[in-house]
Design a protein around this ligand. Sequence first.
Ligand code: NIG
Ligand code: FE
Length: 393
Amino acid sequence: MNSDVPFGLIADGALAVHDDTIVWVGPRTELPPEFSAARVVDVGGRCITPGFIDAHTHVVYGGDRAQEFELRASGAGYAEIARAGGGILSTVRATRAASSAELAAAADRRVGAMQRDGTTTLEVKSGYGLDRETELRMLRVARALPERHALRVCTTYLGLHALPPEWSDADDYVTFVCDEVLPAVAAEHLADAVDAFCEPIAFTPAQVARFFDAAAALDLPVKLHADQLTPGGGAEVAARYHALSADHLEHVRDGDLAALAASGTIALLLPGAAYFLRETTFPPLARLRELGIPIAIATDCNPGTSPLVSPLLAMNLACTIFRMTPEEALRGFTVNAARALGLGDTIGSLAPGRKADFVVWDVEQPGHLAYPMGANPGCTVVVAGKTAKGAFD
Ligand code: NIG
Ligand code: FE
């Protein structure tokens, strides 16, 4: 993933791993002799990439939204359904009603599918509980995923996702989130970051700023669902608070992009949601490139706008819908996704000192990963130096 050559590709390369860490990578002919006595696996010219990092998911939730999908197929709009009490709030009802074991079992199926397509690190948001007890429960379910799946999990408290039905005043709800839920989340170390949905159907920039102030006081990094459906100034708030990532950005105001670039915030694009909502306005890719804003992509796996588990298909959608290159898509799911989680020094590239999280693909060129639609060419997944899926023959 270094940027000197396309894909940072090392032809006829070798990768040395000790315990859970990469200790050497380079051309096979230059492999230092001290590694020759170790166990050697010949992968037969296959391509090795960093494990995929899905940096924006809502993989823990109850129920589904198949009925809403039917309604939208008959002409109803996403925001219209949300305003009528459906949308996110229908998943809130299903999530509150589900036991932790039910939430875990449903998440297990999705996480298993993600891992089969190369995901080795997963960000998981709360945000479908919106009361103290269910938000804490969702985050505990997310934190426990690595007990049953060999992958890394980062959790995010999505406190401001929608105004829950028991609250009539959004400012009062923000006060409750800042004063009562966030401290409980922090006390139990249940979240690695916080997130909000900045949108007319959700929360205003001023409300988001109050939440981010409370997070900053607890040393929690922030990220934001910004300018997904309308140009509401989300990217400006994200930049002002040095967010790890500003996510979606279909309707970002051009004037906010310079601030985003200056703040070092990653643009995290979610092509699955744009596809599923039949969005016709896309993130300003040319401007992001021009300003040198690093671009990550993720599945956004959620029941309402992106029931997508596959990083491979997300990469294909990034290329076809957002017109990213296959190389940008791969960087978006690896090195830039790691930065979006604040883990740029730990994962996301094949380099000495990084964790040995990688995927051996049955392809000879990395450009072939984004090309098929919904087909996995075959792979072996390694997390922390241990085979997590598949086998070496
Ligand atoms: O990332 N936009 C807010 N959150 C999700 C959608 C959630 C839902 O509709 O359930 C998203 O697209
Ligand atoms: Fe989302």
